[in-house]
Design a protein around this ligand. Structure first.
Ligand code: NDP
Length: 311
């Protein structure tokens, strides 16, 4: 009789992330079958109670729920195209990082072969899996998400964003865009104070609470962006937001200015188009590719997905 509390799962790919995900399902008591292209990476998992399949086909056949934690979209096709007949009637959860269009392509491929498809974006590093702060974003088949929850929830908080399989990677990559730009800004600041002999550790102690405090402004910026009301009261103007002093100080210190110059470029495009008195949030229009609200994407009036997804 199937165990509805601890359904079996197959994990394909035992790299840093696949190994951590498989270890979590084993620890939670799910019958876990694992496979890896290169042999020899399953020993610790097998010792912990996992079963190693001798082939992808055997691995797929072992569970109704198959999780791909390979490298990229190409590796998913390379691995699963030859066994697509065995996957039919099962659920595929793709946790490989892909672009939204790549996820949609994989979903269409899966659906055309009778496979229920769920895409996932892992918002954690391997050491966090199964612990506090670990979250995985999902999109695609809601039925697959609901059925797989006992397994998915062993990895962290599970959030579903909608039937469009591209939504989870879209959120995933958008969050990472914010993270990388923020870290690059921190690195630039660390290089600046470093020219005066200040350690990055000292700078981090000051930068961390400062950046946290600055995030309180995100909701206000978001409101302006959604309404595209960049001329509304109380906004810091684009002209005031000019980064010339930061760029000048960096040049004086002999530093590369790429990080801050990129932001300055976005600001300048709006100022040059005559919007200097508008608020700083108008730089989003430079990212969208235009200089006026009418020549890029439409105003957001209603959320297209449930805000923040559903858990
Ligand atoms: P690793 O480089 O540690 O592992 C890659 C895995 O993919 C290995 O099991 C490797 O097998 C397998 N693989 C690579 N190419 C192929 C192929 N052509 N056919 C079959 N198997 C292949 O990467 P991670 O485990 O860290 O990452 C896996 C996925 O998870 C990636 O898409 C990554 O973006 C995503 N991810 C990772 C995070 C992290 O912090 N590590 C965070 C969020 C997402 P082999 O042993 O044979 O080389």
């Amino acid at each position: 009789m199937p165990d509805h509390q601890s359904p079996p799962v197959t994990v394909l790919g035992l790299g840093a992330m696949g190994g951590a995900l498989a270890a979590a399902t084993v620890a939670a008591g799910h019958a876990t079958t694992v496979w890896n292209r290169t042999p020899g990476r399953a020993d610790a998992l097998v010792a912990a109670g996992a079963s190693e399949a001798p082939s992808v086909r055997d691995a797929v056949a072992a569970s109704p729920l198959v999780v791909a934690v390979l490298l990229d979209r190409a590796s998913v096709h390379e691995t699963l195209d030859p066994v697509v007949d065995a996957l039919a009637g099962r659920t595929l959860v793709n946790l490989v990082t892909t672009t939204p269009e790549e996820s949609r392509e994989l979903a269409a491929w899966a659906t055309s072969h009778g496979i229920d498809y769920l895409d996932g974006g892992i918002m954690a590093v391997p050491a966090m899996i199964g612990g506090p702060g670990s979250e995985v974003l999902y999109s695609g088949s809601r039925a697959a998400f609901d059925a797989a929850r006992p397994v998915l929830d062993t990895w962290g908080e599970s959030t579903w964003f909608g039937e469009d399989p591209g939504l989870a990677p879209l959120y995933d990559l958008a969050l990472l865009a914010g993270m990388y730009a923020m870290f690059a800004g921190f690195f630039h600041g660390a290089a600046m104070v470093g020219t005066a002999g200040v350690s990055a550790a000292d700078f981090a102690r000051r930068a961390a609470p400062w950046l946290v405090a600055m995030t309180s402004g995100l909701a206000e910026y978001a409101d302006v962006i959604d309404r595209r009301d960049y001329a509304g009261p109380g906004q810091q103007s684009l002209e005031f937001s000019d980064l010339s002093d930061i760029i000048g100080a960096s040049e004086e210190a002999g530093l590369a200015t790429d990080v801050v110059a990129a932001v300055q470029g976005l600001i300048r495009r709006q100022v040059d188009a005559g919007h200097g008195a508008d608020g700083f949030a108008r730089t989003v229009e430079s990212i969208r590719g235009g200089t006026t609200p009418t020549d890029s994407t439409p105003t957001v009036t209603t959320p297209t997905v449930t805000a923040g997804g559903t858990r």
